[in-house]
Design a protein around this ligand. Structure first.
Ligand code: PEP
Ligand code: MN
Length: 337
């Protein structure tokens, strides 16, 4: 249910509404819009009806949310959400580029990459330290050593950092070092992990599973938000289809679809989406033209030697060209980069 507060409703009236929602067995989520405050009341739908709230002071209307996704929906919050990654805002006018290696490998590698992507205009540095590898014999990541290297690169460049979590046991250490937590495609529907990151107050970047529908993807984001963490960014990274000339099929359709269904920012990862560095720039341009709020791209100083995802990684020089190309489309779309 959406409880729409009257314009000018007081904090006291709001708190009475929230207490009543809790007493009826639902969880209140306060959303402060530019115009007015609304309260999302979510819980098992067979509980007592919330219509009684219509009689409560400060309440203008009580409206049911018909879809199973509630907190993520445009019905609840018509205006776009801007996710704040320690000062870097995703979902506003500016297109935000997240760039860096697939895996953090060494101090030299992460420092060189961080300097290069920073000077080309990226705002957030990516780098995996807990890696979800298909083979248990492949490089699994530098773990805490890698987190410390990311923090060092942040200090040297001022970039914010994002890194992937694989299991709830990593949460404390990641929260200590990172500015944003990535949920990878393979964990998109790992509901206990989603609930756990929902209990933190760090922004979450959730990647769409390779066989996850848009509706399932929204339900995954709903899991995070249901725990009170509203700072969620959605990332399309390619889905599995019959097509085998690229690693995955980048589903650009989902950008306008998601933009219609949810207020959350949507970014695109053309590196995993194509699996080939030569297609990263064209698909990055296309994603911005389709309405994405940002891009996530893999960059490595020496892709041939990369421990993971070398074939889809841009070199620093190519990343600079990528930024120049994508900027043209951003400007044409009336956005900044
Ligand atoms: C990654 O970002 O390096 C990664 C493993 O991505 P995905 O979860 O999309 O495969
Ligand atoms: Mn990768």
């Amino acid at each position: 249910m959406i409880i729409v507060m009257k314009k000018g409703a007081t904090e006291e009236e709001l708190s009475v509404v929230c207490r009543t929602i809790e007493a009826l067995g639902y969880k209140p989520h306060i959303i402060r819009g530019v115009e007015r405050i609304v309260v999302g009341a979510v819980g098992h739908e067979d509980k007592t009806p919330l219509q009684v709230l219509e009689q409560t002071a400060g309440v203008e209307a009580v409206i049911p949310i018909l879809k199973p996704w509630k907190l993520v929906s445009r019905e609840l919050k018509p205006e776009k959400t801007i996710v704040d990654v320690d000062g870097v805002k995703i979902g506003g006018e500016e297109i935000i580029v997240i760039a860096g290696p697939c895996s953090v490998e060494s101090e030299e590698q992460i420092m060189e990459t961080a300097q290069a992507v920073k000077s080309a205009g990226a705002k957030i540095l990516r780098g995996g330290v807990f890696k979800p590898r298909t083979s248990p014999y492949a490089f699994q990541g530098l773990e805490i050593t890698g987190l410390k290297l990311l923090a060092k690169a942040r200090k040297a460049t001022g970039l914010k950092i994002v890194t992937e979590i694989m299991s709830p046991g990593e949460i404390d250490i990641i929260c200590e070092y990172s500015d944003m937590i990535q949920i990878g495609a393979r964990n998109c529907q790992n509901y206990s992990l989603l609930k756990r990151v929902g209990q933190t107050r760090l922004p979450i970047l959730i990647k769409r599973g390779m066989a996850t529908t848009v509706k399932e993807f929204l339900m995954s984001a709903e899991y995070i938000m249901s725990q009170g963490n509203y700072q969620v960014v959605l990332c399309e990274r390619g889905i599995r289809t019959f097509e085998d000339s690229t690693r995955f099929t980048l589903d650009l359709n989902c950008i306008p679809v998601l933009n219609e269904m949810t207020h959350l920012p949507v970014i695109v990862d053309p590196s995993h989406g194509t699996g080939n560095w030569r297609y990263v720039t064209p698909m990055g341009r296309a994603a911005i033209a389709a309405g994405a709020d940002g891009l996530m791209v893999e960059v490595h100083p020496n892709p041939r030697e990369a421990f993971s995802d070398g074939p889809q990684s841009l070199k620093p020089e190519t990343f600079l060209e990528f930024m120049n190309e994508v900027r043209k489309v951003a400007v044409a779309m009336g956005r900044e980069l």
